[in-house]
Design a protein around this ligand. Structure first.
Ligand code: ADP
Length: 152
């Protein structure tokens, strides 16, 4: 059976840290689907979800194992629906771990076959977070060096 993994997140924006995790996951799994969670009722994103999909597609044009979609439901339900039994999450530090630990337990209760697989960040990307990028972007700073694509 094909091993399909979801890589879920807000990706607001998708960074070089995220891209590194997705590319490394694609070496382990047959298919990696980057899934951008968004809430259609409350549009609180900074970077438009469809724009992000276009940019992620561009970044992985040469990797046919990686695709990207948006979703608006529980991640565990989406995984079950798509026949994906693995969830990829990146870990930067112990704060990430505390949060991820509880999320993975809840996801497993909803969909017991689901395994969360953690990939440790490459130290060169450990300081990159979507939150920091949003903040400096809001002050007009060019952020392209942190992203696997250029913002136009
Ligand atoms: P969420 O909104 O679900 O926390 P994010 O979009 O912030 O999601 O991040 C998605 C995943 O990528 C999470 O597992 C997060 O820990 C991981 N991640 C975020 N930044 C980095 C980074 N610089 N290096 C590796 N993993 C990262």
């Amino acid at each position: 059976m094909k091993k399909i993994a979801l890589f879920p997140g807000s990706f607001d924006p998708f960074t070089k840290g995220h891209a590194d995790i997705a590319a490394r996951a694609a070496k382990i799994f047959d298919q990696v689907i980057i899934t951008i969670g968004y809430n259609s009722k409350k549009q609180s994103r900074h970077f438009d979800v469809d724009y992000m999909i276009k940019k992620i597609d561009e970044a992985f044009v040469n990797n046919d194992k990686i695709s990207v979609i948006k979703y608006n439901e529980l991640t565990a339900n989406l995984a079950q629906r798509l026949g994906a039994e693995y969830l990829i999450r990146g870990l930067r530090n112990t704060t990430d771990f505390e949060y991820e630990n509880s999320i993975s337990q809840i996801n497993k209760r909803i969909f017991p076959e689901l395994e969360t697989v953690f990939i440790i960040t490459d130290p060169k990307y450990a300081y990159i977070s979507s939150t920091i990028i949003r903040e400096i972007y809001a002050y007009g700073q060019n952020v392209n060096e942190f992203l696997p694509y250029d913002i136009d």
